[in-house]
Design a protein around this ligand. Structure first.
Ligand code: IMP
Length: 415
């Protein structure tokens, strides 16, 4: 604190929503700094499941949500999620950077068109128009939030966009109307954030997707269109590195991935099916079944390095109970030799064979058992569960400070 960044150390869906919520309880502001409505952050408070695509999930704690310049904004989602927050008694109005680009209906159409063209090589995007919105931004033909408030500028921009894409742009009047609801909220967010951080106010920066989906540092081209790593906080929010005091890495106790791309520890057998069902591994945004596999230490070490992670929150440990043996990939083998992973090169990862260590599992516990553990704390976890966590800590060389053992807030132990 005051500037705490939460990033994912895998391919997304690590459970960042819940961890951000836990940390946001001590913060006044929580910021989404990249991506758009492709994210699906869930937090379960008092048995009510709250899903966020566009606003940071930490906002459910009462911290004021912010949407920074580096995002691509779906205003309809913002509107819906403000209502969702109201429904749980959280009356907050989001701060939205005037510079953020917006996602238009045409971006969704282009997203599915390009995916269609790739046929067998489709990335498996979320279909939320993220890639096309970011590419319009890079081409400097994108429409920014503030443009929605200036009729003439907007009309000119739309005309040019239509020319550039050779397609009719629809839905813009609706978006301009929607933006009127947010006139008070559209702001120079970078100035506000700098002032807040200078005054020691606690701000959480809630990452979306995971490090391995980063457009520069991930498993390109099977990635998203934004930087999902810690550097994006600086560029998106316009703050300097000294404003960040802590980087928290979130990882699942096993690995999952949605969409196409390399996945060295993927489980394609019966244990994969069991893991998927027990972990309810289906996409929050798209409902797609997630691919599942064992923990991958070389890749996670890389993600820790890229983000300069201080400590780790490990999620979904409860899902692993009932397995006789648990595997952790500690190294890779290539052509009979052990190889060091220096980058998540798709060429390399496609060819490597994981080298596993095997740990003893622990018996399946009931919901009541886990609730008891969450009350009693770390020492009450089964011995083998503690050993699993401590082995990961040792292999990664970073402390695991929070172990999440269920979706609901409260179902976690702090080490
Ligand atoms: P896009 O971000 O919709 O363009 O999708 C690009 C890739 O990132 C696809 O493989 C998606 O499944 C993946 N992806 C995007 N957002 C998320 C997320 O929030 N969790 C997990 N995977 C995601």
């Amino acid at each position: 604190m005051p500037g705490t960044v939460v990033v994912g150390l895998q391919w997304g869906d690590e459970g960042k929503g819940k961890i951000s919520y836990l940390l946001s309880r001590e913060a006044e502001y929580v910021v989404r700094f990249q991506g758009g409505a492709n994210a699906g952050h869930t937090v379960v408070v008092d048995d009510k499941e709250l899903r966020f695509n566009m606003l940071p999930a930490g906002a459910a704690s009462g911290a004021r949500p912010c949407i920074a310049s580096g995002t691509v904004v779906d205003l309809n989602e913002v509107m819906e999620e403000v209502q969702l927050l109201k429904s749980i008694g959280v009356n907050v109005s989001p701060l939205i950077s005037r510079n953020a680009n917006i996602v238009l209906p045409i971006h969704r159409e282009l997203d599915s068109m390009i995916e269609g063209m790739r046929s067998g090589e489709a990335l498996g995007t979320t279909g939320r128009g993220i890639g096309p919105a970011y590419s319009d931004k890079a081409l400097r033909i994108g429409i920014r939030i503030e443009d929605l408030l200036h009729r003439e500028i907007l009309e000119n921009k739309v005309k040019f966009l239509e020319k550039a894409h050779g397609l009719k742009i629809t839905g813009i009047d609706e978006l301009a109307k929607l933006a009127e609801n947010f006139i008070e909220n559209i702001c120079s967010l970078e100035i506000i954030l700098n002032d807040l951080l200078d005054n020691g106010v606690n701000v959480i920066f809630e990452g979306a997707q995971g490090t391995l989906l980063d457009i520069d540092h991930g498993t390109y081209p099977y990635v998203t269109s934004s930087n999902t790593t810690v550097g994006a906080v600086l560029t998106s929010c316009g703050i300097g590195p000294r404003k960040i005091s802590e980087v928290v890495g979130v990882m699942k106790a096993y690995t999952t991935r949605v969409g196409a791309g390399v996945f060295p520890t993927e489980l394609k057998d019966e244990s994969g099916v069991i893991l998927r069902e027990r972990g309810r591994e289906y996409g929050t945004t798209t409902g797609r079944p997630r691919r599942v596999g064992w923990l991958d230490i070389p890749l996670t070490r890389y993600c820790i390095k890229i983000n300069d992670v201080d400590w780790i929150a490990l999620t979904k440990l409860d899902v692993l109970s009932g397995f006789d043996k648990l595997k952790i990939c500690v190294e890779y083998e290539l052509d009979g030799e052990t190889v060091k992973l220096t980058s998540p090169s798709v060429r390399l990862l496609e060819r490597v064979k994981p080298i596993y260590i095997e740990l003893d599992g622990w018996p399946k516990l009931s919901k009541k058992d886990w609730e008891e553990i969450s009350t009693k704390g770390w020492d009450s976890l089964p011995d083998n569960a503690r050993e699993y966590v401590e082995t990961i800590e040792e292999l990664l060389g970073k402390p695991i400070k929070i172990v999440s053992i269920g979706a609901r807030v409260g179902m976690e132990v702090v080490k």
